[in-house]
Ligand binder design. Structure first.
Ligand SMILES: NC(=O)c1ccc[n+]([C@@H]2O[C@H](COP(=O)([O-])OP(=O)(O)OC[C@H]3O[C@@H](n4cnc5c(N)ncnc54)[C@H](O)[C@@H]3O)[C@@H](O)[C@H]2O)c1
Length: 366
């Protein structure tokens, strides 16, 4: 297991608690020195769990685990036939995929685990979205300079904060649940039919804009037409203006994130409101949101401003729990691919074939 080399990546692909499970399945576990440091896991913790810790664990590796795809210099050290298991996002350059093909590496992408019941324990997109949704809610709560719950005191009543969550998939539902636990009044909106019931099951109000649902393949959302997008924004505008905190999480697989909130809609919010865009890295749900950036947007009708926070690798902002969940997904994938005490992926299995990016000199997905 390697130390992550991408700047800002604090997660790690294996945690000490899971070393024993790999060893019991017949694997020798080798961890690169300092790999867990940014997730607050010491080399000693890995050693105590039965792993060996070395500066260069790559040359003899059969299987290399990481969160981010391995960079070229690291890949070049690997022997042909080595397998890598990491996120390998859509749109990763075809040059890199080609290099993996010609380098005869077998590459599995954790985001391609099929969303089927049997694969739930391997679903890293969901586990990391859960962390992002929680973190988004906590950032909103900490940046909002007011109470989230109703406070009835001898000095008078302080009303609760109003939170609006757009996009109620894994991240959005977690943001809703977290804001509810903190006592806010929460509303949610999503284009999928099933989402309304899920929003309500979290104790929030499901907004009905009276628009047709946009359900696509595999239970995911479809892309909006421009006409629908304009109408949806118009209908959402009063809900956005009434919110003290807005958290957006909307995504459409393989596409740029839909623009749900314009700069004018942000400027129409009350001074001191907070906007958290968890989709900033994939194009943004909120106009003007950029990953890793915090901006103050002047209010249109008042003095004061709205804080606009663009998420950048949000799961990595909670590296210890995010690593624990990701590592558990990874180890469950390895267990699926282990037969007779050896790493032997069965390419006839739909989970294995669904995740495979390159194998035996072929590119299986781009
Ligand atoms: N193993 C499983 O069976 C499994 C695991 C995880 C998720 N799921 C399901 O997969 C689906 C997608 O979950 P996800 O969190 O990965 O989604 P996602 O990250 O692709 O999108 C987040 C949410 O944004 C919503 N959205 C898209 N366009 C929108 C728009 N214009 N306006 C408002 N909302 C919009 C989507 O409907 C989705 O709920 C859900 O149905 C979820 O329940 C299934």
């Amino acid at each position: 297991m390697t130390r992550e080399s991408v700047p800002g990546e604090a997660r790690v692909a294996l945690v000490p608690e899971l070393v024993g499970k790999l060893r019991a399945a017949g694997y020798e576990v080798v961890v690169q020195t300092g790999a867990g440091a940014r997730a607050l896991i010491s080399d000693e913790a890995y050693r105590s769990a039965g792993a060996s810790v070395t500066v260069n664990p790559l040359e003899d590796a059969v299987l290399v685990l990481s969160v981010q795809p391995l960079e070229r210099e690291i890949r070049e050290v690997l022997r042909p036939g080595t397998t890598t298991l990491s996120f390998f996002p859509h749109g990763r350059s075809s040059a890199e995929t080609e290099a993996r093909r010609t380098g005869k590496l077998t590459t599995f992408g954790m985001e391609y685990v099929p969303r089927i019941s049997r694969a739930q324990s391997m679903d890293a997109l969901s586990s990391q979205a859960l962390v992002a949704g929680y973190r988004g809610a906590i950032v909103a709560a900490s940046r909002l300079r007011q109470f989230l719950p109703l406070n009835m005191t001898a000095a008078g009543t302080v009303p609760p904060a109003q939170v609006l969550v757009l996009g109620a998939g894994v991240a959005g539902l977690q943001a809703i649940a977290t804001c509810k636990r903190l006592g806010a009044v929460v509303k949610g909106y999503d284009v999928r039919v099933a989402a309304a019931e899920e929003i309500r099951s979290m104790g929030a109000v499901a907004i009905d804009l009276g628009l047709p649902s946009l359900e696509g393949a595999g239970g995911y959302a479809r892309e909006m037409t421009e006409e629908r997008a304009v109408l949806q924004r118009t209908l959402l505008a009063p809900h956005v203006a009434a919110a003290d905190a807005l958290i957006t999480t909307a995504a459409v697989p393989g596409r740029q994130a839909p623009l749900l909130v314009t700069a004018d809609m942000v400027a129409a919010m009350k001074p001191g409101s907070v906007v958290i865009d968890l989709a900033a890295e994939s194009g943004g749900n909120v106009e003007g949101a950029t990953p890793g950036n915090v901006a103050q947007i002047a209010c249109a009708s008042d003095t004061g401003s709205v804080l606009l926070w663009g998420g950048a690798n949000v799961p990595s902002q909670m590296p210890a729990p995010a690593s624990r969940l990701y590592a558990s997904n990874v180890v469950n994938v390895i267990m699926l691919m282990t037969r007779d005490d050896a790493f032997q992926p069965d390419f006839d299995d739909e989970i294995v074939s669904g995740m495979c990016v390159t194998h035996a000199g072929k590119v299986l997905r781009q």
